[in-house]
Design a protein around this ligand. Structure first.
Ligand code: SF4
Length: 275
């Protein structure tokens, strides 16, 4: 089931709203709406583009996340505007931080509750693994989603690239727990640091993942050395063989067969229970 991306009447989000916004460009392929409660992130991913985008010193960014000033008050103001405009889509946490970073994430719980109280859906995208289970009780099968970014099943590989993030097995455990609770789950396979690792992740997780969003690596050593066309074809063969729902990101579109169905937006919830 797909939903049209017609619920954001203005590029960037509703006028006057900056805390709940409509991500542009590559980020917009992940979510119609987003919010970022923290500044910084303690996961220290070597490939993280956020310090550059925010023009923030990388050491300061990697030192850990801090709450943005008066975040709940500003969030409530924006969320009320979305509610008054009749917009009920999921708001994703987060693009420029991680909602389950290694520090104090009590604010994340308050943010989820505030968004829900204003009629919005919620989706968290995290590398925090089972840290997220603290908030499992808040997620509604009919409205919300839980997502993880995965780059490899190998803990040593992950520790090299995502030194402060939860180990891959811990992230898989979180996905399973949300799935078992009836929550829609999806996985971001981006950046793709090792194509064989991404294929292995799909083989390993497809029984409890509802959707894969698949991209490539940009501005990294493997960007130029990887055969992205072969990777795209291998991915398509695998997800179609397994019956796994997927979205191929724009960076890989040129490698898709002509006319390949690749809906940008899907309903990321189980409104009538899981099939
Ligand atoms: S989890 Fe996301 S925001 Fe945090 S360091 Fe890694 S890529 Fe950056």
């Amino acid at each position: 089931m797909t939903t049209p991306n017609a619920y954001i009447p203005h590029e960037g989000g509703l006028p006057g709203c900056s805390i709940v916004y409509a991500p542009r460009g590559q980020a917009g392929e992940y979510a119609p709406l987003a919010t970022n409660p923290y500044r910084g992130c303690g996961h220290g991913c070597a490939y993280c583009y956020v310090p550059k985008v925010l023009r923030m010193d990388r050491r300061e960014f990697d030192a850990g996340a801090t709450e943005r000033a008066n975040f709940l008050g500003l969030l409530g103001r924006d969320a009320a505007k979305y509610r008054n405009a009749g917009i009920t889509e999921q708001v994703m946490l987060s693009f420029t931080t991680d909602p389950y970073h290694p520090g104090d994430t009590a604010l994340t719980r308050d943010v989820i509750q505030s968004l829900q109280a204003h009629g919005l859906g919620v989706c968290t995208l995290t590398k925090g693994g089972t840290r997220a289970l603290r908030d499992l009780d808040l997620f509604r099968p009919t409205r919300d989603a839980f997502a993880c970014t995965l780059t490899s099943l190998d803990p040593a590989f992950s520790a090299k690239w995502e030194r402060g993030a939860a180990a891959p097995a811990d992230r898989l455990q979180a996905l399973k727990a949300f799935h078992d609770a009836g929550i829609y789950t999806w996985v971001s396979l981006e950046p793709t640091l090792d194509t064989a690792a991404s294929l292995a992740l799909i083989e390993e997780t497809h029984a409890y993942v509802d959707l894969y969003k698949i991209g490539r690596a940009n501005y990294l050593p493997m960007t130029k050395t990887t055969d992205w066309e072969a990777y795209t074809h291998a991915i398509l063969e695998l997800v179609n063989r397994l019956g796994a729902a997927h979205y191929i990101k724009k960076d890989l579109h040129r490698h898709l067969p002509e006319g390949y169905p690749n809906p940008l937006r899907r309903l990321q919830a189980h409104p009538e229970g899981r099939a």
